[in-house]
Design a protein around this ligand. Structure first.
Ligand code: SF4
Length: 369
């Protein structure tokens, strides 16, 4: 990305937040995220953007800067810059070396775990406070993930391993293009998942907190909190309307050529504006219409109010694609989460109230409006 495009994108982002009815909703805190390919390759541009944003005084909201990185490139000068500017880091770290290095390999086919570990240790040494509060591990699971080994790794108490910030999966656990190269092992994955689920419920029943930052929290509790919040907002699953996707324009992903996209995960087939012409509301509407048109008949589906399909998870060659198999997979995943949620609430009615900031938000949605 050129400096010209980056600067225009930031100027427009601030202007939209000052004027747009969508983005204005989030005025108290604005997040600017440097995201993919690998943002720390473009070190000069990265520093220039951070300095530019920091020099823009905004009294009406706080700006949070962060980067999603594989952390394989970290000269000491850049490490100091990150710490001094309090830039959040979401580090792709899939687990212990034998898990991480299976797929995270460099062009010479060497696993990257050792390099990432050295760079994490550097950040931890420079500032334990920064490391504890601003560096998080982003764990991507696939059908071959050894969930028990990952849980043990993050629980081992190594000071150079950050807390977990998010646990996600490759786009489609069962049928991702990823699994054409690395076949899915459903038996082991399923066995380990349910072993950890049982462990999660045991701990909740015995009053041992499962807290944000733990692998188990992000694997088991995060999804059921999200589900519960959605049901609190919109009613029981079958009572709600069909899935809608998110609102285009509430967040903006800017490509290297300056096009705007609905989010950072969608492919580049559905632009909704660009840095020269701004946000295109007609295109935003077209994306929503296209998604609505592509939806199957959801009227008889029990999951229609909590279905998690979105633009990014269904985009494919310029279209949004749903199949019976994908819908069956969605319902299967949701039914596991629903069972987990109600098992927890039946055994421990306030089982989701562990003083976590997420729960405060969950409590808010419970209050009558
Ligand atoms: S799972 Fe499929 S049929 Fe059911 S609500 Fe989602 S998109 Fe519609």
């Amino acid at each position: 990305m050129s400096w010209d495009i980056a600067r225009k994108a930031i100027d427009l982002f601030f202007a939209l937040n000052d004027t747009s009815p969508f983005l204005g909703l989030h005025k108290r805190k604005l997040d600017i995220v440097f995201f993919g390919g690998e943002p720390l390759i473009e070190r000069d541009l990265f520093r220039k953007v951070v300095t530019y944003v920091s020099s823009t005084k905004r009294s009406n909201y706080r700006i949070d800067l962060s980067a999603t990185t594989n952390l394989t490139l970290l000269p000491i000068s850049l490490a100091r810059f990150l710490v001094e500017n309090n830039i959040g880091l979401d580090v792709s770290l899939d687990g212990p070396m034998q898990v991480h290095d299976l797929y995270r390999r460099d062009s010479a086919d060497h696993g990257s775990f050792d390099t990432v570990y050295v760079n994490l240790a550097l950040l931890q040494q420079l500032s334990p406070q920064y490391f504890a509060t601003r560096v998080r591990a982003i764990v991507t699971l696939n059908g071959n993930s050894d969930l028990i080994a990952i849980r043990d790794f993050f629980e081992a108490g190594d000071p150079c391993i950050p807390q977990v910030g998010f646990v996600g999966t490759v786009r489609d656990l069962r049928d991702s293009s990823f699994h054409r190269h690395y076949p899915f092992q459903p038996e082991r994955y399923g066995e380990q998942y349910f072993e950890l689920l049982a462990d999660y419920h045991r701990r909740k029943r015995s009053g041992v907190p499962v807290v944000r930052g733990e692998f188990l929290y992000h694997l088991m509790e995060d999804p059921i909190i999200a589900l519960y919040k959605r049901m609190m907002r919109y009613g029981a699953p079958e009572a709600s309307a069909r899935p809608e996707g998110c609102t285009p324009g509430r967040r903006l992903a800017v490509s290297t050529s300056g096009e705007f996209h609905v989010c950072e995960r969608i492919n580049e087939d559905f632009p909704i504006g660009d840095v020269d012409h701004g946000l295109d509301l007609d295109r935003c509407q077209q994306v929503q219409q296209k998604f609505a048109t592509a939806l199957p008949d959801c009227s008889h589906c029990w999951a229609r109010g909590i279905c998690q399909f979105c633009f990014a998870s269904t985009c494919q060659y310029g279209e949004f694609a749903f199949t019976d198999r994908k819908c069956a997979g969605m319902r299967e995943g949701l039914s596991v989460q629903l069972r987990s949620l109600y098992t927890l609430l039946e055994a421990v009615p306030d089982g989701l109230a562990c003083g976590d900031p997420l729960i405060d938000r969950y409590r808010l949605v419970q209050e009558p409006t």
